[in-house]
Design a protein around this ligand. Structure first.
Ligand SMILES: Cc1ncc(COP(=O)(O)O)c(C=O)c1O
Length: 413
């Protein structure tokens, strides 16, 4: 059999099988123009709700200036090589020191891409005798890290403390036999549902069980907590989080991420995370640009205030109009609708073509069959008029969906 036969017979995989009609419109769309709430899609103005530019820093003039100056000063190639070999710099270390202090940990280390970093954090923290306990709705980077684990892993039902406790009991029994430890992994803010991980309650379980807690706070860093330090600050449980992970791809509107923990742990990770040791360091213009973003994130609480104004107005408006926004208690705003794939594509197309509203659509297998999830990501750069325009469009779309209008419509060619 030819290796490629299964590629042909799988018809492109669970998501890729739809690409003939979805590519370029529902998947891989091209948003053009300056990064902002209003961008061009297919040459037409759209109100965009699908960028994790939470604080609106991506296109801030001061950020653009800092990025451009750093690129002119250093070029994009500098520093050459991995941090450990030839890619270290004072700027990388200064950013690390600032981040550690901000998130309430002794030390921090930068990661090239959050995804790879998380995979390697997990890989470095456990050996075959250790046991991993993790949330069922974990992001793919956690799942991939867990996949590398040679020992046992137990998954608990999403955000369900009883289930979590049961899995901790099993893990404790097993670790007792192997002589290993337990790593518990959750997210600070779940990116699909907007639910906060129950960090405080999980930390309470440390009274009964011996484990270490790793939190993926990709969405919470910069948005949650009184200073924006993260979900652990929001829930007032900074010390109970043993290893904190954040990405720069969301509120920091850049690339990369970081891990923060006690000094001894970060010193270990720095020399043992394979995706970081064997890969080129973050480029200097990005690091200097990130320092600028970080300074603004800390010194401009008004950005977070605006983000929450937009979030609260949008979520209240959706609820008033009878939409189901699930259990979100963060800025991530899911709208759950009942319908099949065809209705999902038809109504998303209608939102775009009739009202110029661009939001991300999530369907089976990411969520159960028969459900449609339209995910809205508010940012500090959206306006109250944007919210109103969206609510009006959603009301009209919701009525059409109920009336069965989208049932007959075929996916866009
Ligand atoms: C929860 C979570 N973890 C990790 C990542 C990966 O971060 P990055 O984009 O920096 O690789 C993401 C990004 O989508 C995320 O949502």
């Amino acid at each position: 059999m030819d290796l490629f036969d299964k590629i042909t017979s799988s018809m492109g995989g669970p998501i890729g099988q739809h690409q003939k009609w979805s590519h370029g419109y529902f998947s891989y769309p091209k948003l053009e123009g300056e990064i902002a709430p209003h961008m061009l899609f297919n040459g037409k103005e759209h109100l965009v709700w699908s960028l994790n530019n939470y604080l609106g820093l991506a296109n801030h003039p001061e950020v653009r200036e800092a990025d451009a100056k750093a690129a002119a000063d250093y070029g994009m190639a500098y520093p050459m090589g991995a941090r450990m070999m030839s890619g270290n710099s004072i700027h990388h270390e200064e950013l690390e020191n600032g981040l550690a202090e901000f998130v309430g940990k002794e030390s921090a280390f930068l990661l090239n891409y959050g995804y790879q970093g998380m995979v390697s954090i997990i890989d470095a923290l456990v050996d075959r005798n250790d046991v991993i306990v993790y949330d069922a709705e974990s992001h793919a980077c956690i799942i991939d890290g867990v996949r590398l684990h040679m020992g046992k892993r137990f998954v608990y039902q999403h955000n369900d403390l009883d289930s979590c406790e049961k899995q901790l009991e099993r893990a404790t029994r097993l670790a007792g036999q192997t002589g290993g430890g337990i790593l518990l992994i959750t997210e600070g803010v779940f990116g699909m549902s907007g639910a906060q991980g129950k960090l405080k309650e999980i930390i309470d379980l440390k009274k009964k069980f011996d484990f270490r807690l790793l939190v993926d706070d990709a969405h919470g860093f910069g948005t949650m907590g009184p200073t924006g330090a993260g979900t652990h600050e929001e829930q007032d449980c900074i010390d109970g989080v043993d290893v904190y992970f954040g990405t720069f791809a969301k509120s920091m509107a850049g690339i990369g991420g970081f891990v923060a923990a006690d000094r001894e742990i970060v010193d270990y990770l720095r020399y043992n995370m394979r995706s970081q040791i064997f890969a080129k360091a973050l480029p200097m213009p990005m690091v200097i640009g990130l320092k600028k973003r970080f300074e603004m994130l800390k010194s401009m609480p008004e950005l977070r205030e605006k983000l929450w104004l937009i979030t609260n107005t949008l979520q209240a408006g959706l609820k008033e109009r009878g939409f189901d926004i699930g259990v979100t208690n963060t800025m991530v705003t899911p709208v759950y609708l009942k319908g099949d794939l065809y209705e999902a594509t038809a109504l998303t197309r209608d939102l775009r073509e009739t009202w110029g509203i661009f939001c991300s659509i999530v369907v089976y297998p990411v969520i159960p069959k028969g459900l449609i999830l339209l995910r809205l990501i508010p940012t500090a750069t959206h306006s109250l008029e944007d919210v109103q325009r969206t609510l009006d469009a959603y009301s009209a779309m919701g009525e059409k969906l109920k009336a069965g209008h989208y049932r007959e419509a075929a996916p866009v060619a």
